[in-house]
Design a protein around this ligand. Structure first.
Ligand SMILES: [Zn+2]
Length: 379
């Protein structure tokens, strides 16, 4: 293995020299909208990305899917346990956003939609591969997915397959404010709770009706009682609908419930309780459907060990790297429960994910490029 102590200053200088190129690539990529859900815009981004990867000497494999293709890039020697760098190229911004609010540089930052989540991470990953170039002594896989923002339904199989074969997985999502790694993330699941009853005139013969709304209200009270914030388990009833008119006993009602849990057992407890709900009223029915979810990313021994190593390597670059927990999910949640050493939050520091003030700090973009390169070489 390359000696990290000798490699670190070289990577740092290389990243500093690449500063202008990193910024211009970030501006260029941020000029292409790529909203989750497929379509032409996603295809344009994917083509641009593939061209960039081929220019780096990568063998690019395209995995087509119903909401866009996953791009897999292979670099370095063919034999050995690879490092996997995991990025998503979809954003939450619809077509037209890049033209409406073009990315630009101001105050040492690149501002614009998608810069922080996660074009900056993509640029740092590409820059890292470029910095290592011929020095790459182990296989490097890079995976770029099109549907992370909507739950990775079509990408999760490939993510897990490539993750299982990797020595470690580097995820270039935004870090915690200040740049710390994300070594624990809550799990997420959403459920649709639907109740059915029987309509009747509320004045003339209410006894003939069965209220789906009453049934739903009782179910929601029970659901709310399942929360345990002290254990990291929170429940948000994000939407309710149902009923028809004030004088009609409601025949149907529905709620959408968002569940966050820090621990796998907690997520399972809530899942069992929700899917086990039964109607309290004769003539009513209740159906609970799990819409999608990601398991909690607990700070497993593998993750803790990888973080310790990453923090030590970062110090060789003069970076004081911290770590912490966060509520939101990423594709790292899919890998953590499998015992895969995953390091998340490696993208550049900035702020405003999914917000109008989205931005990336250029100094951090440079720093992360060197850091990702060092991790690929020496983790
Ligand atoms: Zn992201």
């Amino acid at each position: 293995m390359l000696d990290p102590e000798r490699l670190a200053p070289q990577l740092r200088e290389g990243a500093l020299r690449a500063r202008a190129d990193l910024v211009s690539l970030l501006l260029e990529l941020s000029a292409i909208d790529a909203p989750s859900g497929g379509g032409d815009a996603l295809g344009r981004f994917e083509e641009r990305l593939a061209a960039e990867l081929r220019e780096l000497g990568a063998e690019v494999r395209r995995h087509p899917g119903p909401v866009g293709a996953q791009l897999e890039a292979r670099l370095g020697p063919p034999a050995g346990e690879p490092i996997l760098v995991l990025c998503h190229y979809d954003t939450v911004w619809p077509v037209g956003t890049a033209a409406e609010r073009p990315a630009h540089v101001a105050d040492g930052r690149v501002h614009g939609p998608g810069t922080y989540d996660m074009r900056g991470g993509i640029v740092a990953a590409l820059g890292a591969a470029r910095l290592l170039g011929e020095q790459l002594e182990r296989p490097l896989r890079m995976l770029f997915t099109p549907d992370e923002e909507t739950g990775s339904a079509t990408s999760r199989e490939l993510i897990v397959r490539l993750g299982r074969g990797a020595a470690a997985v580097l995820v270039t999502e935004p870090p915690l404010p200040g740049g710390a790694l994300k070594t624990a993330r809550k799990g997420w699941a959403t459920y649709v709770v639907e109740t059915l009853g029987r309509a009747a005139h509320a004045g003339i013969e209410p006894e003939r009706g069965v209220s789906a709304i009453d049934e739903l209200v009782d179910a929601l009270l029970a659901i709310r009682a399942l929360a345990d914030p002290a254990a990291g388990t929170t429940i948000n009833i994000g939407r309710i609908e149902g009923g028809e008119l004030p004088n009609v006993v409601a025949p149907r009602a529905l709620a959408i419930v968002d569940v966050r849990a820090s621990r796998v057992e907690e997520q399972q407890r809530i899942d069992a309780a929700l899917t086990g709900l039964t109607a309290l009223r004769e003539g009513a029915t209740i159906a609970v459907a799990k819409r999608h979810g990601r398991p909690p990313m607990e700070r497993t021994p593998q993750i803790a060990q990888a973080a310790v190593r990453a923090i030590a390597l970062a110090s060789l670059l003069g970076i004081e790297l911290g770590e912490g927990a966060v509520g939101g999910t990423s594709d790292a949640n899919l890998l953590a429960p499998l015992g895969i050493p995953v390091i998340d939050g490696l993208g550049p520091d900035g702020r405003g994910a999914h917000a109008l003030d989205e931005q990336v700090i250029v100094d951090s973009l440079v720093e992360r490029t060197a850091l990702i390169a060092l991790l690929i070489a020496a983790l």
